[in-house]
Design a protein around this ligand. Sequence first.
Ligand SMILES: [Zn+2]
Length: 220
Amino acid sequence: MAAVGPAMALDYCPGCGRTVAPFELNEVGCGVCREEGRPFARVFRTAAYHGGFAEVFRRYKYVGHENLELFLARNLAREIFQSECYDDIDVLVPVPTCWQHRLRRNLQSSGQAFHPAEGLARLLSKHTSIPYAPLLNRIRGGRSQVGLSFTARLENVRGKFRLARGCQVAGGRVCIVDDIMTTGATVRECAKVLRRARASAVYVAVVARAGEDAASLNLV
Ligand SMILES: [Zn+2]
């Protein structure tokens, strides 16, 4: 097993999840997210998509590994517990995957259905006692985000998510759960849907935060 400690020990910006040095932060976040603005209150992450962790992450995402999934979920739960926001989260909501992407992943792997964000959100719920609810749906169409630039990713996911039929989030404090945040385009779009539905606060929890260089190299 590759060494994962260094990538998990790196400091990150709670505003956007990017790896930063502590002196780069102020109460709003790092220089990048102060400039960009964001539709979510803060990000929790387990590690940077970096070094040995990237190898471990790909095994978790594309092959599936029960113990590894549990390890990552526990560490993410700890991030939430240790924050000042634990009592402020009402529900964990996975980023939905469209059926075409799920099918392709199944064919590539062991043949078992595997959707990392769903599995992660369920485990996170178990370890934090915060309820799990799949409140978002993904509309058919669009392609995988892998290999797209930030602008193309934003365009690719625009209008692709909606609140599941009969669900309401007005006044609720929601934490979106996903396996990886690369440019942040997907979680931004999900957060916008939830804010439009009058969620009072939106948080994001991801296993790994990649740099934009990973997107440009078609790694994730
Ligand atoms: Zn930031």
